[in-house]
Ligand binder design. Sequence first.
Ligand SMILES: C[S@@+](CC[C@H](N)C(=O)[O-])C[C@H]1O[C@@H](n2cnc3c(N)ncnc32)[C@H](O)[C@@H]1O
Length: 249
Amino acid sequence: MKPFLWEFQYRRQFEWLKNTRDFLYGKVRLGLQKRVLEPGCSIALITEELSEKIDGMVVGLDKDFNALFSAKKRGKKLSLVCGDVYYLPFKKETFDSVVFQFFLLWVKDSLSAFEEMKRVAIPTGWIISTAEPDYGGRIDFPHTINYSSFIVKSLLEEGADPFVGRKLEYIYRKSSLVNIQWGLTSVPFGIELAGKNFEKEWSFIEKLAKSEISAELKRMKTMERKFLKEGKRSYFMPVFYCIGRKKMT
Ligand SMILES: C[S@@+](CC[C@H](N)C(=O)[O-])C[C@H]1O[C@@H](n2cnc3c(N)ncnc32)[C@H](O)[C@@H]1O
């Protein structure tokens, strides 16, 4: 995955999901915690947000050195580690919480990643998945404007799991976490938001397409513009959250 290509998408997701993160941070009383890890932090937007909320140590980890380097240029004080979620370079029971967003879709073996995240979490520590998408559940009005199958195909080609959202509760249960709470967090895009989002959304799709976008996608873009002018457009993209804690041993 090319982080710079995705950077502007992460910034959009970061803004959209702010309220959900605040809701989850409140549930686990994150503001009172002392050590938090964000695996798959990429350009560390959430690591930075957490560093502002927590009076303690916040570490962002990613296997992509370039993304971390770009984050470090932005926030010199950020604690960032280049590493692999399957082999976290931390002692057991180091962190009060492990927080991540739009990460599991890129992780091929979620259960092994969870074992490792549990290892570095304290007993009763929280594993917090603030948002994982499910592109298979997208709703579009009019239903003919439906480019989710294109996004699904592109993500599968990139090695991601576009349907990870619906699997979250299963992954948590299978990992023997307790106090599991999960749900959907999403911004329903009505006519105003869909209008504001039009150029950015298409810019994302065009970036995803890498080279020329297909005639079918071009036709869809023209149709969407027309429907927006007629006030006839809304969509919903399901994004799931889940929290659970490590059992007391
Ligand atoms: C979609 S990005 C995450 C974006 C970021 N969490 C955010 O919300 O802005 C997924 C990140 O996971 C990282 N990643 C994928 N597999 C990983 C692994 N095994 N260990 C560490 N990082 C990994 C990728 O390098 C990528 O930066």
